[in-house]
Design a protein around this ligand. Sequence first.
Ligand SMILES: NC(=O)c1ccc[n+]([C@@H]2O[C@H](COP(=O)([O-])OP(=O)(O)OC[C@H]3O[C@@H](n4cnc5c(N)ncnc54)[C@H](O)[C@@H]3O)[C@@H](O)[C@H]2O)c1
Length: 388
Amino acid sequence: MTTRLPRVGIAGIHGHGASHVRTALELVRDGRAELAAVADPRPTEADLLGGAAAGVAVFTGAEAMIAEADLDIVVLSTPMHTHLPLSRAALDAGVHVLLEKPPTPTLADFRELVAAGLAADRAVQIGFQSLGSAGIAAVRDLVAAGAVGEVRHYGALGTWLRSEAYWTRAAWAGRRTLDGLPVVDGAVTNPLAHATATALAIAGATGESDVSAVRLDLYRANDIEADDTSSLVVELVDRPPVAAALSLTAPRRSEPAVTVEGTAGRIVYWYTLDLVQLFEPGAAIPITSVHARTGLLANLVDHVAAGAPLLVPAASTGGFMRVLEAVRMAPAPTPIAAEYVARVDSDAGTGAVAPDGPHRVVDGIEAWSERVVREGRTFAELGAPWAR
Ligand SMILES: NC(=O)c1ccc[n+]([C@@H]2O[C@H](COP(=O)([O-])OP(=O)(O)OC[C@H]3O[C@@H](n4cnc5c(N)ncnc54)[C@H](O)[C@@H]3O)[C@@H](O)[C@H]2O)c1
């Protein structure tokens, strides 16, 4: 705990990091934290810092900020290959860390990260923001109360679209390795990582030792190394498995969800909306509830200032890291034959033409994905024509 307002520094403020800056400025306005510094090799526009620019030190790298800015908390929203070295630098300096997901590119690095946090007696919170929702406990409570009967399996469903340009926007985009180092930037491990992490949390399988095996079925429709059209079944110790269908090759962006398939009902948890729907057999409409969410930076500030329990300590993402490691070690994803892939320049849901050009769509991906989570089998096991 600290006696001053926690001093926050944010590394990587363009891209996703801009949202951390906005959150930090809200905490400043509420008198809960101080935004002490930001760091990025790309220039920082004063606009990004709102009216607070005058008091915020600006660095061109996280390393110098950690060494010089007298921080209590650092947010690391930088590319994945920097996560372990920058976390280590912060922990060595006695600074608590909010580290963006996925935590690290390998399971060995993850174990080092967890050990470094313990050795330094500092918090390492992982940026799976959906895990800050009370919706997760609400779903677990429904299951424990027998609302769906016996659980057959859990599901993680994500059908999004990404333009061809998305995969060329950064050197590490869509890569399995870069300059010989693992980066693992596919649908399962990066854009839709939240779906699997949330399903594992609902299943209560957060630790590394809760996962017994991972059955992968990975494909790609884009000219990339990593997977963009993926299904998998995660076998868990002493509980039913998680079946996931996670694709960036759908005709439209649909809301992602975690499901619980039971013998006497079904739960759909819309995890970006904190919204739970319980479908009871024979009922015309689901029972719906919406739950509160705690921001992970706010939670870390409260942890540092007043000892609040951490919502997403690094060790609680061990189950997800087992999935990431399986993807990393798996053979390269299978290319989908051109006859099953269309090139489309608008979102079928909104009709909007994508400003950054066309995206690829896999034949029937939405229906096959829904079957994966309903039936608990992979695309190949279900017999999708492009899956072989
Ligand atoms: N939680 C979420 O929903 C979510 C969403 C998107 C991205 N992310 C994660 O956030 C991280 C960043 O992703 P992104 O898409 O914003 O990447 P990005 O490449 O768009 O942005 C990363 C930023 O970090 C900066 N940077 C690189 N090295 C740095 C260093 N040593 N010090 C300071 N700044 C440095 C870059 O200049 C860039 O501005 C990744 O781990 C990604 O998976 C999380």
